[in-house]
Design a protein around this ligand. Structure first.
Ligand SMILES: [Zn+2]
Length: 338
């Protein structure tokens, strides 16, 4: 992912707006992004009762998934360790009773050394009572470095671990009515989020762009009602600002839920702007949001994309904060797109 400076935001907003909406650059993209179909409010007391029930998210189980990924070593797209990670994801998701699809594709990169790379997205599916889909996503690749050992405990590892545990918890409720989520849920693990050379042009988000392209080609993108992206959510000092390009109603639902759960410090109300796997979904008209803490280890993001991104910098509780919040937000998100 890439943090966008104010200058880049203007540029990005303009290009997104102009390229896709054919409108003048004076408009902001926020007003043009997809809105929910309808709003169904639950009574407040019922909501409070739901929030008080344990979510079932097990912090230690989730953290074991971080350790496992780190044990595989650096996991850049096309590597042996990346394939091992895919197999691990597949095996875990199947053990939760989910149907798993491994969607292999060839990515064309600007790297003279690696002009093509074999990549694959791994998707676990939990069927609902409708064909409408809510996607929860993470990337599982780590950035390729020649000169340092980058194991991506947080960047790649934490969100993948959290998503696996969310999938396990939801998979325990086979009946969509018990989940209070009639939609089908996809747990999407994207390959190739990281740039092979530099985060420029199309050298990033290969997996999420491939998924959106495939959905569009099959005429299926309308069935995706919401996409929730997790990335870098394991920092001990977890603080996830609102991502400014994300769909406002999704952000409000998730942040309100997290704060009601007592996680006010972890879900501050400040904004930041980050390019990540959610962007292609927004461009396709699909409501999407990104939960990312881009101050990993402090305001200067000191552990990001270097050999300091190791499991000792993370906390199992941070994974649980995000897991609880997503699990408690899903019925509310579901009600807004039903
Ligand atoms: Zn990264």
């Amino acid at each position: 992912m890439r943090f966008i400076t104010s200058c880049a935001i203007l540029f990005f907003s303009f290009t997104l707006c102009a390229a896709l909406l054919g409108c003048a650059g004076t408009e902001t993209n926020a007003g043009n992004l997809p809105q929910p179909a309808a709003t169904t409010a639950n009574p407040v007391d019922d909501e409070d009762a739901q929030l008080k029930k344990p979510s079932g998210f097990d912090a230690d189980r989730a953290f074991d998934h971080v350790r496992k990924q780190v044990e595989f070593g650096p996991r850049p797209s096309g590597s042996k360790a990346n394939e091992q990670t895919r197999a691990y994801l597949q095996q875990q998701l199947q053990s939760y009773g989910l149907k798993v699809t491994v969607d292999e594709f060839v990515a064309h990169t600007p790297s003279p050394r690696y002009p093509t790379i074999n990549m694959a997205n791994v998707v676990g599916e939990l069927p609902g009572t409708t064909d409408d889909v809510i996607i929860i996503a993470s990337h599982f690749d780590t950035k390729l470095f020649d000169n340092l050992r980058f194991v991506g405990a947080n960047d790649g590892g934490s969100s993948t671990a959290c998503l696996l545990e969310i999938a396990r918890v939801l998979g325990l409720k086979k009946n969509a009515a018990d989940r209070k989520i009639p939609q089908t849920i996809w747990f999407a693990f994207f390959d190739g989020e990281e740039a092979v050379v530099n985060w420029f042009s199309n050298d990033h988000t290969y997996g999420s762009r491939h998924m959106v392209e495939s959905l569009t080609a099959k005429g299926q993108k309308q069935k995706i009602k919401a996409m929730i992206l997790l990335d870098m959510i394991g920092d001990r000092e977890l603080a996830i600002p609102k991502e400014g390009q994300s769909s406002g109603w999704l952000v409000e639902t998730i942040w309100n839920t997290g704060r009601k759960l007592g996680y006010e410090a972890n879900f501050p109300l400040a904004n930041h702007y980050v390019e990540d796997d959610h962007i292609e979904f927004l461009r396709a008209g699909i409501p999407a949001c990104d939960l990312i803490d881009f101050n990993y280890g402090g305001p200067t993001n000191p552990y990001w994309h270097n050999d300091q991104d190791t499991a000792d910098k993370l906390s199992p509780q941070s994974l649980k904060i995000v897991g609880d919040t997503i699990l408690k937000s899903l019925p509310k998100i579901s009600a807004q797109v039903h």
